[in-house]
Design a protein around this ligand. Structure first.
Ligand SMILES: [Cu+2]
Length: 231
């Protein structure tokens, strides 16, 4: 079982995590490379990719509901974590609890690192979500509305607070993307434990694209089946 730790946890191995990301930016390396993960996220937010329903978006006046928001990102993170593990088998994704930690995770503030990875930020902690935003989502009993509420104020505010790359389609450029979405995934898995019968309505649908996804919505509902849990 892979245990995902709070990024604050002193036992989290930052050196291996950073090294694995560095190696995913290399040239002659196995696919998917770091940039492939960024590309697929960009694609999910533009043109035909918007029909994958990964985010709630306004497409020429039509509101596309992000009905696959939580399931898609769960599998996306899981694939990224697996890829990191090709470099360092014992690494797991850390999560950033933005309600308790109102500042940027220190190891990911290193200027040389951000330059090497081409990360741009416009950090404004005032934009971080509040515990009221989280409670608003956690207090909802239907999966559909829980997901929508969590995606909106809580999830969106962290993207905007970090700013720069995080505020746009290429948000996975910034490794904070993985820490933030691990937290979203953790919040969902906690909610699932008290809402066992609340599931997406399209369980038989396959997540897109087929190359990195191609799995059914149903197959990502249980994190223990995927082989991980949160601390
Ligand atoms: Cu996001």
């Amino acid at each position: 079982m892979n245990i995902r730790l709070n990024q604050n946890d002193p036992s989290f191995d930052w050196a291996s995590f950073i090294d694995a990301i560095d190696k995913m930016h290399g040239m002659n390396i196995p696919a998917p490379r770091y940039r492939d993960f960024v590309k697929v996220h960009v694609k999910a937010m533009s043109g035909a990719g918007m029909s994958w329903l990964v985010h709630t978006m306004n497409m020429g006046g039509n509101i596309m509901n992000g009905i696959n928001f939580l399931s898609w990102h769960r599998w996306f993170l899981f694939q990224f974590e697996r890829r990191l593990q090709l470099v360092h088998p014992e690494i797991t994704l850390p999560y950033w609890d933005t309600i308790t930690d109102r500042s940027l995770p220190v190891p990911l503030q290193d200027k040389a690192l951000l330059k090497r990875w081409g990360v741009i930020r416009r950090w404004d902690p005032e934009l971080l979500p509040t515990s009221a935003d989280l409670q608003a989502a956690n207090g909802i009993d239907s999966f559909q509305f829980f997901q929508k509420t969590l995606e909106g104020a809580f999830h969106g505010s962290v993207h905007n607070a970090v700013g720069g790359d995080m505020a746009g389609p290429s948000s996975p450029t910034d490794p904070l993307f993985w820490l933030h979405h691990a937290n979203i995934d953790r919040i969902w898995s906690n909610w699932q434990q008290t809402h066992k019968n609340q599931k997406p309505q399209n369980l038989n649908e396959k997540l897109k694209p087929n190359s990195l996804f191609g799995v059914t919505v149903e197959s990502v509902q249980d994190i223990l089946t995927l082989g991980y849990k949160y601390d």
